[in-house]
Every structure is written in C-alpha cells, then in structure tokens.
Design a protein around this ligand. Structure first.
Ligand code: GRF
Length: 205
C-alpha cells in the first residue's frame, strides 16, 4: 500500500502558544485533514508553548535569536524547516519579522494570525489600538505573510464585537477564542489546496 503523504506544518512561537495548541488539536481531531504538525519552533527557550507542545508529543526545536542578526537567525530557521521538509509555516505569536531570505524560501506558504480585522490595526497591541480608536467591532485575521507588516493576502477573518465595558484583557480574550477556530479553518483551506491567490485576493477554487 502506498504510504500516505501528509502536508507538513511547522508552527513558530515565541510565547504561550494557545494558537499552536488549537492548531495541534484541530489536526488531531481531523479538522485539518491529511496534515501533520511536524515541528514547533520557538525563538525563546523559555516559551510556555514549548512545554505544551512537548506534552502533546510534538517535536520541538529552539532556535535562539539572542546575539544574532535577523539574517543569521532566519537562515538557521529555514535550515531547520527544510530539514523537516515543511510545506507550510504557521506563525502563532512569533514575535519577530521575517527576513527576505525566509520570505522567498516560503513564498505564499507562511500564514500568520493577527488579532484585528486587517488592514485596521496592524502591528503590536492591536486590541489596545481598537479600543483607543473606538471601533464597535474588531476581530481576527489569518493572512499570508509578505514583506509588509501584517499586510499579506487575507485568507480568513472573523468579526468580534467590542463592548462598552471592555478593557484590553476582556477584548483580547473574546478575540482569542475566535482566533483558535479561525486559524484551524484557514489552515484547512490552505492544506486542501483548493484556493488561488488572485492579486491580493485569496479565492476558493
Ligand atoms: C495572538 O493574539 C495572535 O493573534 C498574536 O499573538 C497572540 C499569540 O497568542 N499574533 P498565543 O501565543 O497563540 O496564545
């Protein structure tokens, strides 16, 4: 019998790793078919997400960034990903911009999740930006990563209301809950291959 070939995913984290866990659960439960999480990579040796990944029997690698240039660090990351024959890279709270070398090695194969309805509120503290701006709805976005800050083609979005009594923490929590299911849905679209990128638009085939 031919061996089943699964789409191989790497998840890059820097911190608590709740989106990483949500993706791992979705794969395990068959919500992202024919896919495996081949490796979880952290640039922070103390990231809480590393222990969570290990408790789920996921392979983990630390590629420390301390003391190295972005380019040097990214070259090592790309080497790790290529060794593992990674098809798609999911950034999940990975707090580092990617170099041109990384972007060209995985062009249109890097996904990111951002806690706002892009193009509103890119960059850090998106939930705080939303509160300060006074929007009544925010949400989350999964997009392909390009050379712009949170500006690549959008794969999926979900709307979350902003309530009068919200603070950064309550709004972040409400958005995070939606992030977890949205990321898995977006990854399933991408690994199915049933989409194309037309200009800036990601459309289903
Ligand atoms: C999430 O809010 C995600 O949208 C942003 O960073 C946070 C990561 O959280 N990019 P976690 O590490 O996945 O829990």
């Amino acid at each position: 019998m031919p061996r089943e070939v699964k789409t191989k995913i790497a998840i890059l984290i820097s911190g608590r790793g709740s989106n990483m866990l949500a993706l791992a659960d979705a794969v395990r439960e068959g919500r992202v078919p024919e896919t495996e999480i081949a490796v979880v990579v952290s640039d922070q040796p103390n990231a809480a997400g590393l222990g969570i990944a290990q408790s789920r029997n996921l392979k983990t690698v630390v590629v420390e960034r301390r003391g190295r240039s972005r380019d040097e660090h990214d070259r090592e990351l790309v080497t790790v990903l290529q060794e593992q024959r990674i098809d798609f890279v999911c950034l999940a709270g990975f707090m580092r911009l990617l170099s041109a070398h990384f972007l060209s090695a995985y062009r249109n194969r890097i996904l990111n999740i951002h806690p706002s309805l892009l193009p509103a509120f890119p960059g850090l503290d998106a939930q705080k930006q939303a509160l300060e701006h006074g929007v009544k709805f925010s949400g989350c976005t999964v997009h392909f990563v390009d050379q712009t800050l949170d500006g690549g083609p959008i794969i999926a979005q979900r709307i979350v209301p902003v309530l009068d009594e919200d603070n950064e923490e309550t709004l972040s929590e409400r958005i995070l809950e939606e992030e977890h299911s949205l990321y898995a849905e977006a990854l399933a679209v991408v690994t199915s291959g049933n989409y194309e990128i037309v200009g800036r638009r990601v459309v289903r085939k």
